[in-house]
Design a protein around this ligand. Structure first.
Ligand SMILES: *Cc1c(COP(=O)(O)O)cnc(C)c1O
Length: 202
């Protein structure tokens, strides 16, 4: 690959929010195994249609409220948006060992959720002691721009931060900036529009 990365080091997460559950099944037939959903309730409704796909792994990539944490832990295989100790405890309470990532807020105008970068080391420490929580990496969403180069410093910052706290996984990059993210070390890219076309506004 152009960025000098091996294909097997990068996980493509097909983002299926807003699309019906059949879209997940169709993508699975095409070989997709990782799927991203933003809302617990939306995925809960789709789940009966996709529950029998043996190798599918569902990632929660949207903000998670504590009161939905238990349900999320039952439905998803990976929760990428942990942003507090309280939330991690609620996830743990579901009693199922789960890989999670910390969502980091790298800019004021980007996603409204996430942990401030200077609070990441402390949260990493705290999560070590929580049973059932297997912290694998960091996730971020830069402020949206048509120009993928605008995302680059945010991706770089996330990689540096992960290095500081000894975490491997970097979930960063969407349809418009996934190549930049891969150049900057993404291990997971979350791609919706480029795979499934534009989403209808809810
Ligand atoms: C919707 C969404 C994506 C996918 O965005 P596209 O531009 O459609 O590729 C990725 N990550 C998160 C957190 C999202 O909410």
């Amino acid at each position: 690959m152009r960025a000098g990365r091996r294909r097997c080091d990068i996980t493509l997460i097909a983002v299926t929010k807003v699309f019906p559950a059949e879209v997940i099944r169709e993508a699975y037939v095409e070989g997709v195994r990782h799927f991203g959903e933003n809302y617990v309730q939306e995925f809960e409704a789709k789940f009966p249609v996709v529950a029998d796909l043996p190798e599918a792994e569902f990632h929660l990539i949207g903000h998670l409220q504590s009161n939905k944490a238990k349900r999320a832990a039952e439905l998803f295989h990976v929760i990428e948006t942990v942003d507090s100790l309280k939330l991690a405890r609620r996830i743990s309470d579901a009693g199922r060992k789960l890989p999670v990532m910390i969502e980091v807020k790298l800019s004021g105008e980007g996603s409204k959720s996430g942990v401030e970068p200077d609070q990441v080391p402390q949260l990493v420490e705290e999560l070590h002691d929580i049973p059932n929580i297997e912290l694998t990496g960091l996730m971020t969403m830069p402020p949206w721009s048509e120009d993928a180069e605008v995302s680059r410093p945010y991706f770089r910052r996330l990689r540096e931060l992960a290095g500081q706290v000894g975490l491997h996984d970097l979930s960063m990059g969407m349809s418009h900036d996934l190549e930049t993210a891969i150049e900057e070390g993404a291990t997971h890219v979350r791609v919706g529009t480029a795979l499934f076309g534009p989403r209808k506004k809810a």
